[in-house]
Design a protein around this ligand. Structure first.
Ligand SMILES: [Ca+2]
Ligand SMILES: [Ca+2]
Ligand SMILES: [Ca+2]
Ligand SMILES: [Ca+2]
Length: 198
């Protein structure tokens, strides 16, 4: 019986892909959405601060009627996988699980319930954090390293809509800006944000 089909020296029990010799527990985990080192956390060795940014926030608001209540959107400047990452909202810590690869540069983070209804939701956050506490900050971390963060700002004037980052400001100078121009907006989950009008 062949216990090491790909010949990388790791048996099936430790090798999370025994058909690919470039995947085993001794590998560096590259920024590519694949867990090369089989630890259940994606891309943790290569994710650098600023590699992604929050680009939309839609907390629960009772007056909203859209299907997309309560989601977060991230803009990814490199094709990072997010499984095993953590999201801190205030004192609450949740774990991310990627259900499908991000289409293009956008990752949509949802509760398990919303992900079951809305196919664009690619990353389940468990448990879904209470985003309605407007005084909180949101910090996305991998293995204790913060990669992206954002803090609620009262000047955003959150009322009947959610918030989006102005894409042109978010990517000013070719780099992802952490807290660029934000405005109230209709939801555009998993799609390019429109520019905030002046
Ligand atoms: Ca193997
Ligand atoms: Ca392997
Ligand atoms: Ca890993
Ligand atoms: Ca990887």
């Amino acid at each position: 019986m062949d216990d090491d089909q790909d010949g990388d020296g790791w048996l099936l029990a430790q090798d999370c892909d025994d058909t690919d010799p470039a995947i085993h527990p001794n590998q560096d985990d590259l920024a590519d959405g694949v867990d090369q080192d089989c630890d259940g956390v994606m891309d943790e060795d290569s994710a650098a601060e600023g590699a992604l940014a929050f680009s939309e926030l839609f907390p629960v608001i009772r007056s909203k009627t859209t299907d997309y209540d309560d989601f977060l959107e991230l803009y990814l400047s490199v094709p990072l996988g997010l499984s095993g990452w953590t999201l801190q909202v205030g004192d609450d810590v949740s774990v991310l699980e990627e259900r499908r690869e991000a289409p293009g540069s956008w990752a949509l983070l949802c509760s398990a319930g919303l992900a079951a209804r809305v196919p664009e939701c690619g990353v389940v956050v468990e448990p879904w954090p209470p985003l309605s506490r407007l005084e909180d900050s949101l910090v996305l971390e991998v293995e204790g390293r913060p990669i992206a963060s954002i803090a609620w700002d009262a000047s955003w004037g959150l009322s009947s809509h959610g918030l989006q980052a102005d894409l042109l400001s978010l990517l000013a100078g070719g780099e992802v800006q952490e807290l660029a121009a934000w405005c109230e907006a209709e939801p555009s989950p998993g799609r390019e944000n429109l520019a905030c009008s002046p």
